[in-house]
Design a protein around this ligand. Structure first.
Ligand code: ZN
Ligand code: FE
Length: 255
């Protein structure tokens, strides 16, 4: 039977994810921002945590890792390079080393930019990317630690995954992100359509995460340094992609 994915809204605008393998009964939690909604999502389905996967060290992603670890004896996975500032890890993962979750291969990608040591978990089958605060719906994480070049490289490698990959990112920031995206690429019709869809979903209280990689590539300004319209808007018609990205990221910081 295929893996089941559940998106769990936490705190004001965070997401955690549950990945369940019906055959083995194993259930992985990706990030642990808040205990109550995750507990409810597990209880409703009769699932018990076997694994906790951490994307990066920020407290809105790791706050309840130890809570669930002690309640469930789940194994905690996180970046070896960040072990000094993550909760206790059972599995210190190294980008590039494939991991096994109940017979399903999970690839660990090094995606620095938002933080150094931020990792993403890519599940080729059925095509899921747990990207935390690196690639986000219509956005990308603020560059707290990494350089624009590092984030651009991270985003470019994620953008090279298959178009139908579901991007399971860590926050519901999509509507605000859409306003910024439209300010730099107002005539992108796919973006205008998406902004309308996102506004309607939010008015209904619905999540806009996960999204498909194809949608992100068509609309997310941080994957679109090649766009002639974005380049014209910011007055950098013939700059390198990485420099266009850096400028757009900087503009978003003060938008
Ligand atoms: Zn973060
Ligand atoms: Fe976050």
């Amino acid at each position: 039977m295929p893996l089941e994915l559940v998106t769990v809204p936490c705190l004001k605008d965070n997401y955690a994810f549950l990945l369940h393998d019906p055959d083995s009964g194993r259930t992985a939690l990706v990030d642990a921002p808040e205990a109550a909604p995750i507990r409810t999502a597990l209880a409703e389905r009769g699932w018990k945590l076997s694994d906790i996967l951490i994307t990066h060290h920020h407290s809105d992603h790791v706050a309840e890792v130890d809570t669930f670890r002690s309640e469930s004896e789940a194994r905690v996975w996180g970046a070896a390079a960040d072990a000094h500032r993550l909760p206790d890890l059972d599995v210190r993962v190294v980008p590039g080393d494939p991991l096994d979750f109940a017979g399903t291969r999970i690839e660990v990608m090094d995606v620095p930019g938002h933080t150094i040591g931020h990792i993403a978990y890519y599940v080729p089958e059925p095509g899921l990317l747990f990207s935390g605060d690196s690639l986000m719906a219509l956005g990308c994480g603020r560059l707290f630690e990494g350089s624009p070049a590092q984030m651009w490289d991270s985003l470019s490698r994620m953008a090279a995954l298959p178009d139908d990959t579901l991007v399971c990112s860590g926050h519901e920031y999509t509507q605000a992100n859409a306003r910024f995206a439209l300010s730099v690429e107002p005539n992108n019709s796919a973006l205008r359509d998406r902004a309308a869809t996102v506004a309607a979903a939010r008015a209904d209280g619905k999540a806009t995460v996960p999204s498909t990689l194809a949608t992100e590539k068509a609309t997310n300004p941080f994957l679109r340094a090649h766009s002639a319209e974005i380049r014209a808007t910011i007055g950098m018609p013939s700059a390198q992609d990485v420099d266009v990205f850096a400028r757009v990221r900087q503009m978003k910081d003060v938008f």
